[in-house]
Design a protein around this ligand. Structure first.
Ligand code: HEM
Length: 414
């Protein structure tokens, strides 16, 4: 199946071009305000939904960012591809690798073959469960000293959390590390030539912390795992950016659902003391607003997807933003319904391959448990105080918007 020229142009206008303005690695505040104002994520959702109605099961051939690509329109095809990553569907297409290699060239997510196997094994050893609650609670508690909670101090608290958990307490005040990382991410989005001299500076500083090997930090573990130092930039990035944004959005959603929703009959606030439910609330926030709304894969050799021939080098696109809100399978697709992550006994329900905010298959997020532990610890500390959501206005009885701009979320602290 092949998209028409008009569909190709519209798809690029609603999905490829906005990436440039939003920042693919480091979110740009002005771009996010623009996306919110013009409902870019809503337009993108509705357009892909229309393609799915017309072409599903697909997959659909479409030219994306100048490259011949396959758009996956069913969960079965998404599962097929994710189960086969990184071979024959590697997670390192140029569109992603060229950016990530600015600040994390050794990251497993852009590796393939034996290189990926080695890095994946390192990450599984490095990211074993570790105590995080004390550090997180200490840092987050400082946010409750002010009458208004906004993104900037929240993000800074998470930078400190990331430095302490990844590099050790000795790095708590080492803001330079976070600044270098942020700058490298901005360079990546601007497609500036790789590295400059900031990347060697960052790695030299990280190596100093690995040498100190502070117990209880990832650097402490990395000291005894050959090759692990190269994985630490990703850990810093994933805590200070990805985990921070997801936690802040979850906080806004939870406070917007302080009363029982007429739609879902669920009283979120009353349930947050339950750790399993708190985790479910986070998962649900990530389903609604995934930080990676599109995944890319590339075929490493000629292969097939459900009978469709896929030549080597084809870009495969997984539109998470669409699958997470696809109304066909989910009665409450646009509602915040944490209970859907739990079974009848209140335990975590089985995996749903429609929801890929942490991905699935061999290349699922190895830091998933760590991220959830950090986020739940932060939410529990923050929700120990009464917070009211000042902005944006989220009505629990209306369908939620397709985008939640973390830069402008504001809560009053009582
Ligand atoms: C809420 C926070 C997080 C989210 C939403 C998230 C999401 C993801 C996603 C979607 C992928 C797959 C990307 C792809 O295949 O294109 C991924 C991969 C990965 N994540 Fe996370 N992540 C989070 C936090 C973390 C943390 C805190 C760490 C480590 C400290 C981490 C470590 C990794 C690693 C190592 C991979 C690569 C796995 C592989 O390819 O072998 N993540 N993450």
């Amino acid at each position: 199946m092949q998209a028409t020229l008009k569909e190709t142009i519209t798809y690029n206008a609603v999905q490829a071009l906005p990436q440039l303005r939003l920042g693919t690695v480091r979110p740009k505040e002005a771009g996010y305000a623009w996306a919110e104002r013009f409902d870019i994520f809503g337009r993108s959702f509705r357009f892909v939904e229309g393609l799915a109605r017309k072409y599903a099961p697909g997959p659909l051939w479409i030219t994306y960012a100048g490259q011949r690509s396959l758009l996956l329109l069913t969960v079965a095809h998404v599962r097929y591809v994710l189960e086969r990553s990184p071979d024959p569907f590697a997670a390192d297409p140029e569109i992603k690798k060229s950016r990530l290699s600015h600040f994390e060239p050794e990251a497993a997510t852009i590796a393939r073959g034996e290189d990926w196997e080695r890095k994946s094994a390192i990450n599984h050893e490095l990211l074993q469960p570790m105590p995080v609650a004390e550090v997180v609670a200490e840092e987050v508690a400082t946010l409750l000293d002010r009458p208004l909670l906004t993104w900037q101090p929240f993000g800074e608290a998470f930078e400190r959390i990331a430095r302490r958990l990844v590099l050790g307490d000795a790095a708590a005040a080492d803001a330079e590390v976070s600044e270098w990382l942020a700058q490298l991410q901005e360079d990546a989005d601007r497609r500036l030539p790789a590295y400059g001299d900031r990347f060697p500076l960052l790695m030299a500083r990280i190596a100093e912390y690995v040498k100190k090997a502070e117990p209880g930090s990832l650097a402490g573990r990395a000291a005894s795992i050959p090759g692990a130092t190269g994985q630490l930039p990703h850990a810093l990035f994933a805590i200070q950016d990805t985990t921070a944004i997801n936690t802040y959005r979850a906080l806004a959603l939870i406070r917007a659902h302080a009363n029982v929703s007429a739609q879902t009959r669920e009283n979120v606030s009353d349930m947050m003391a339950n750790e399993t439910y708190a985790e479910a609330a986070l998962q649900e926030a990530m389903r609604l607003f995934p930080t990676t709304p599109i995944y890319y894969r590339t075929a490493v050799r000629d292969t097939t997807i459900d009978g469709t021939e896929v030549p080597e080098g084809t870009l495969v696109i997984i539109p998470n933003g669409f699958h997470h809100r696809d109304r066909r399978g989910h009665p409450h697709a646009n509602q915040f319904t944490p209970s859907q992550w739990l079974n009848d006994n209140g335990e975590p329900a089985g995996e749903d391959w429609a929801y890929n905010h942490f991905s699935h298959g061999p290349q699922y997020c190895t830091g998933r448990s760590l991220a959830l532990d950090v986020a739940v610890a932060a939410l529990r500390t923050l929700l120990g105080r009464r917070l009211t959501l000042r902005h944006p206005a989220l009505n629990p009885d209306r369908p939620l918007p397709y985008f939640l701009n973390h830069f402008t979320i504001t809560l009053a602290v009582h």
